[in-house]
Ligand binder design. Structure first.
Ligand code: ADP
Ligand code: G6P
Length: 483
């Protein structure tokens, strides 16, 4: 239920992210709000639901001021973005500069000074909102690449706060990061935090190397010594890996629901009960390797290594960042590839690729995970990839196989997957065939191993660990310096 929150101005725990966990639903269902897209919200919303606090973020609608409100037990504090902010800060600097730069420059990042100016302005607006909402001595947890200046800005005005930052996407190797004209400003922005979390140890190491290389600050293990200077007061920062995860118990519960199990059976029937159902679930993004996946699948069909009567691919691709040129291109390429594969390989009654360009409620997503024998996660670069973990959590019978790109954070944890290099179409084809042909015993052994990992690797443990360490550092920073 949506209500106006009264006591949001005195929160002991504040989450800050570009997006609120809900955005405006154009269909005006559910009191006008629906779940926002992407892994950040999937992961952080359950944390927020289990804890009192406020979430500062944008509603997804430009030029409209919303009052704070409460939904699903979460106190939300909207920040307004103008149409110009959306163009320059969100679509521009966040998603056409930082996103491609941090994802191995899969497409070329664009550098524009006016986008940077807008990024600074919007980060200042978020930081001002934090200063307004956070109680004395509160914990503030800033999320993701859109808000990398917020830790520094908050520390300047509110040195009483414990400030954590978590980067949900990769942090690039120094040689790529160094392209950014505002690289020093970004590093200083992040170093306002007490604790900076990354998905993989390699991301944390990239960050510390950039700090040494650009700012000449010393690091020891995962700690960074920030000396007193014009931009930041003297303090100690820890920068290390905290691989994010999913709400495993919740997904396991959904996967046991008889209605969802029946729906999974129905999905298989509706697509003609093929022997093997393969599934891809992604935002429509060039980082996800959807084109590579389709190319591999198309070739396997064309070469007769897979038969369209036996194997069906369901590709779900949520609409994302649709006004950006590179997102228009990837959508066009994917749709062309799907059309080509179906045109060349499908028969009446046997469609090769079922392509679905919408988002689905959680129950329906779970039914898709249950219906799939083989899950394809072939990202060219991905901070974590929660979809891989969600699939594993849903396979309570220890069946099904996961094909997983080695360029995802999840590859560090899901060792039972069939690992592939998606740039190598030959390797991708071999991985897909491996997964399709894998005998039941091997599938079961590998899935059991992955399920065991996911059972103890939950988002609730992740957040507790991060917040406990943040508190320890904030209360006694000297104690964390290694000898
Ligand atoms: P990213 O954060 O880059 O989008 P992740 O795989 O980490 O990638 O997280 C994506 C999240 O969005 C997952 O929780 C996934 O289940 C969800 N999701 C992806 N596609 C859809 C869809 N079409 N409908 C509903 N949820 C989706
Ligand atoms: C990824 C990013 C998030 C972002 C999400 C959806 O998960 O890490 O920060 O919110 O994608 O993207 P969008 O641009 O729609 O917020």
């Amino acid at each position: 239920k949506t209500t106006t929150a009264s006591a949001y101005g005195d929160s002991d725990f504040v989450v800050v992210a570009n997006r609120l966990p809900v955005d405006r639903d154009p269909a005006e269902k559910n009191q006008g709000w629906r779940t926002s897209p992407g892994g950040l919200v999937t992961a952080v919303a359950p944390v927020m639901k289990s804890q009192e606090g406020a979430w500062i973020g944008w509603t997804g609608v430009p030029d409209v001021d919303f009052d704070p409100f409460t939904i699903d037990g979460m106190h939300l504090v909207p920040v307004t973005l103008t149409s110009e902010d959306v163009l320059k800060y969100y679509e521009g600097f966040s998603n056409a500069t930082l996103w491609p730069l941090y994802h191995d420059v899969i497409v070329p990042p664009e550098f524009h000074r006016t986008w940077w100016e807008s990024y600074v302005r919007v980060n200042e607006r978020f930081a001002a909102k934090v200063a307004e909402v956070a109680a004395e001595g509160a914990t503030v947890w800033v999320h993701d690449y859109q808000l990398q200046l917020v830790p520094q800005l908050v520390r300047r005005t509110r040195p009483d706060l414990a400030i954590g930052f978590f980067n949900h996407i990769p942090f690039p190797p120094y040689e790529l990061f160094a392209q950014l004209p505002w690289r020093d400003e970004i590093l200083r922005g992040l170093l306002g935090a007490d604790l900076i979390g990354f998905q993989r140890p390699a991301d944390a190491a990239n960050f510390r190397r950039a700090v040494r290389g650009r700012l000449n600050f010393t690091t020891k293990g995962s700690t960074v010594n920030v000396p007193a200077g014009d931009f930041l007061p003297e303090h100690i920062v820890r920068a290390e890996a905290f691989p994010i995860s999913i709400d495993t118990p919740y997904l396991e519960e959904l996967a046991r629901d008889p209605k969802i199990i029946e729906r999974a059976q129905q999905i298989r029937e509706e697509i003609g009960n093929p022997k093997v159902v393969m599934l891809g679930v992604d935002r429509m993004d060039y980082t996800k390797g959807i084109r590579h996946r389709l190319k591999a699948f198309g070739e396997l069909l064309a070469e007769g290594k897979l038969d369209v009567e036996d194997v069906v691919l369901i590709q779900i691709a949520t609409p994302s960042r649709e006004r950006l040129e590179q997102y228009k291109i990837i959508r066009h390429d994917v749709e062309l590839a799907v059309g080509r594969i179906n045109g060349e390989q499908a028969e009446v009654g046997s469609i090769a690729v079922h392509y679905l360009h919408h988002s689905y409620p959680r129950d329906e997503m779970t039914a898709f995970f249950l219906a799939a024998d083989v899950m394809l996660v072939t990202a060219l670069r991905d901070g974590m990839n929660l979809v891989a973990k969600e699939y594993v959590a849903c396979r309570r019978r220890d069946d099904g196989a996961l094909v997983l790109s080695e360029f995802t954070g999840a590859a560090d944890q899901l060792k039972g997957a069939v690992m592939v290099n998606p740039h190598d179409i030959g390797d991708l084809k071999a991985g897909i065939l491996d997964a399709v042909q894998m005998d039941e015993k091997t599938r079961s052994r590998r899935m059991k191993q992955m399920r065991k990992k996911i059972a103890t690797d939950t988002v609730s443990i992740w957040s507790k660990k991060f917040l406990a360490e943040l508190e320890a550092i904030h209360t006694n920073p000297e104690a964390i310096i290694p000898d």
